[in-house]
Design a binder for this molecule. Structure first.
Ligand SMILES: C[S@@+](CC[C@H](N)C(=O)[O-])C[C@H]1O[C@@H](n2cnc3c(N)ncnc32)[C@H](O)[C@@H]1O
Length: 419
């Protein structure tokens, strides 16, 4: 496919998303109906679509969508949770469309729109007079639109991030870097790097974690690598690895991963020599964990809620709680537009409940480790302060907050100990 044809495919996929289709479904449907597309084409179309999802507001504004244009219905989000995204002061007020969004994207990246919208082959039709009119005008983009920040959340993010607000919001507009975690129980990082290099995959050590390698070239070849297939590496963000590195004394420790989900943290904990037990309120989320653990050469027994009271005592209980995910909006950009004040309040309540649940499971020597991938203080430091206020028998321990400006996703971790 030509670069223009890939853009046209992204335009059509975005039209499906505007119509209410979840992004992944729309991309899969396009790929199924486009057997001629190779893996490079599919990757390029996906990149265009996700670039727009990350920069939806600014793409709409640069594409000439006016403030009163149709509300953006983010894919996979219940109607009650949908928020309208308005792009103020952007004449002349076209209709929201995949074509306008892609125009807005190209305008921001400085690409030659005329050369790409050339009407040839399967590429987009040539520019209309109205589109030429939009492109001819100097864009007048409000600062929060330029940062692709939801208006309602800006005061909170500003207060919580301080001078990091703009750099962090800017970073969240870009693609996330690709990281792997070397399973150091099975392989040395240097050997993995050398093996990957032979397959055309360049991976560099990263300061966030000694187990992290930043894949700077050939990331798409990872899926076919023997190291991934046999559990010597896992796909895992570097900051996600860094928060596990913070937990001391893991060798031989009995650790409960209370919110294990797919098991990313559980496997990282086990690789450090912990005897890890996995639990999740939604056991279906742990479906892949046994196979992943076997591949990594560890055993991670799954505990049901009914098993928990008898399974202790644990040296460490980790709660990688559900959160707004604001630290990982690069990877899951629709979450940025789907979050509402009501959902955030609900998450804060769930997190407080989980902290109380793990405290109730703790023995006299158990340490609690709270983890989120959010940047919001109400889900992070404030949550821990509220827990300590409710529970005078606990004292604060090590805390760390990472933002995308540190290189990985935004993460927060806080440990609490018996007073
Ligand atoms: C951030 S995800 C966990 C990610 C996982 N630890 C990893 O590293 O791949 C949060 C998980 O918490 C689970 N969860 C939500 N509410 C819970 C609760 N009250 N008790 C336990 N787990 C809960 C969700 O099902 C979800 O799998």
């Amino acid at each position: 496919m030509t670069p223009s044809a890939r853009l046209q495919a992204a335009i059509e996929t975005l039209d499906q998303i505007i119509g209410g289709a979840p992004a992944e479904k729309a991309l899969t449907a396009w790929a199924r109906g486009s057997r001629f597309a190779g893996s490079g084409d599919r990757a390029a179309v996906r990149d265009h679509v996700f670039d727009v999802l990350r920069m939806w507001r600014s793409c709409a504004a640069h594409g000439g969508i006016a403030a009163d244009a149709a509300p953006v219905q983010m894919p996979g989000v219940a109607e009650t949770e949908m928020r309208s995204i308005t792009t103020t002061e952007t004449p002349p007020g076209g209709t929201l469309s995949g074509r306008a969004l892609i125009l807005g994207l190209l305008r921001q990246s400085g690409d030659d729109v005329d050369a790409l919208f050339n009407g040839q082959g399967h590429g987009p039709a040539t520019l209309t007079m109205a589109e030429r009119g939009v492109l001819a005008q100097a864009p007048d983009i409000a600062p929060l639109v330029a940062l692709d920040c939801p208006d309602w959340l800006a005061p909170t993010l500003r207060a919580d991030l301080g001078e990091d607000f703009s750099p962090v919001m800017e970073a969240l507009r870009s693609r996330a870097p690709v990281f792997i975690r070397v399973n150091t129980a099975r392989a040395a990082a240097a050997d993995v790097r050398a093996e990957l290099a032979q397959q055309g995959i360049t991976a560099q050590p990263h300061p966030l974690s000694p187990t992290a390698l930043h894949v700077t070239d050939g990331a798409r070849r990872l899926r076919a690598s023997a190291a991934l297939a046999d559990g010597r590496i896992e796909m895992q963000d570097a900051a996600s690895q860094a928060v596990v590195d913070m937990i001391e004394g893991l060798q031989g420790a009995r650790v409960l991963d209370f919110c294990a989900g797919g098991g990313g943290k559980a496997l990282a904990l086990a690789a450090k020599g912990a005897q890890v037990f996995a639990h999740d309120a939604n056991p279906a989320r742990m479906a892949d964990l046994p196979a992943r653990a076997a591949r990594a050469g560890v055993s991670v027994p799954v505990l049901s809620t009914a098993d928990l009271p008898q399974a202790g005592p644990f040296d460490v209980i980790v709660a990688d709680v559900p959160c707004s995910g604001s630290g990982s909006w690069r990877r899951a950009p629709t979450a940025k537009w789907a979050l509402t004040p009501e959902r955030l309040a609900e998450l804060v309540e769930i997190q407080a409940g989980i902290l109380d649940q793990i405290a109730a499971l703790a023995g006299p020597k158990t340490r609690l480790v709270y983890i989120t991938c959010t940047l919001l203080a109400c889900e992070n430091a404030d949550q821990i302060a509220a827990f300590l206020a409710r529970n005078p028998g606990w004292r604060p321990g090590a805390t760390r907050r990472l933002t995308p400006c540190d290189g990985g996703d935004g993460f927060f971790t806080a440990q609490v100990h018996r007073a």
